[in-house]
Design a protein around this ligand. Structure first.
Ligand code: DC
Length: 239
């Protein structure tokens, strides 16, 4: 019987956190599909704000005077439609994966006004529960009451290899493929920036279940998370 039917109408929040390229998005998307839940990729939201700063040419201004980021957030609209993300009404699903966005996103996501604004949106997305949300601070800050908290980890080299294959598969004519060493460096520096920042740093919640995905297939990760979800849903009264 599909998991969706077995679990009935009880709806929980599944918070999936972990460092860059640890397999969060793919796992979260597939878990959401199996459960019939909504999937929210919060990294894509931070990437969208970063893209907006780059497109408006305001990144250097914000670097000099971080309070100027507030202007960028006025009237910003970010929404999801299936697998796609829309920034101010425009589909930016591909552009937010650009390397120039990846390079700047840790800086933009370290700013308090950005975090406060996106926190509001994320909590609203999860208001009716039935959500799988992935990011860095979902279990610690966005939904500390999430019924299931997962913390995915994987060796940095392994993560760089995954990112390399992902970029290779998406290569378009004229685009340059970075080598694995430079991807590993970028991943490590992003890990440091995300874990050491002042506001909502990447941190494992004490209740989170840690899964090392280094030697695991995506299917195995999805099975593990779905099994944990099923146990929790079966053991708790409907909300
Ligand atoms: O998951 P990702 O690599 O697409 O995330 C991009 C960046 O966004 C990441 O380097 C840190 C930031 N981020 C964050 O600060 N908090 C989140 N909940 C999700 C992502």
């Amino acid at each position: 019987m599909p998991l969706k039917q077995q679990i009935g109408n009880k709806r929980i929040i599944i918070a999936l956190d972990g460092p860059a390229a640890s397999g969060k998005s793919t796992t979260a998307r597939k878990v959401a599909q199996r459960l019939g839940y909504i999937y929210i990729d919060t990294g894509a939201m931070y990437r969208s704000v970063t893209l907006k700063a780059l497109e408006q040419g305001s990144l250097e201004v914000v670097r000099r005077s971080p309070e100027c980021v507030s202007a960028l957030l006025e009237n910003i609209s970010i929404c999801f439609q299936g697998e796609k993300i829309f920034l101010d009404g425009r589909d930016v699903s591909l552009e937010i994966r650009d390397n120039r966005v990846s390079r700047e996103v840790s800086f933009i996501s370290s700013l308090k006004p950005v975090r406060d604004r996106l926190l509001e949106m994320q909590q609203e997305f999860g208001r009716e529960r039935g959500v799988v949300m992935d990011g860095r601070d979902i279990g610690t800050v966005v939904f500390p009451d999430a019924e299931l908290k997962i913390f995915l980890v994987a060796d940095a080299r392994e993560r760089a290899k995954r990112r390399y294959l992902e970029l290779k598969a998406k290569m378009t004519e004229g685009s340059e493929l970075p080598d694995i060493e430079s991807l590993e460096e970028e991943i490590k520096s992003r890990d440091r920036a995300d874990a050491e920042r002042e506001h909502a740093p990447l941190k494992k919640h004490p209740e989170a279940v840690e899964i090392d995905t280094s030697g695991l297939t995506i299917e195995a990760q999805v099975d593990m998370v779905c099994d944990l979800a099923r146990e929790i849903i079966a053991g708790q009264p409907g909300r």
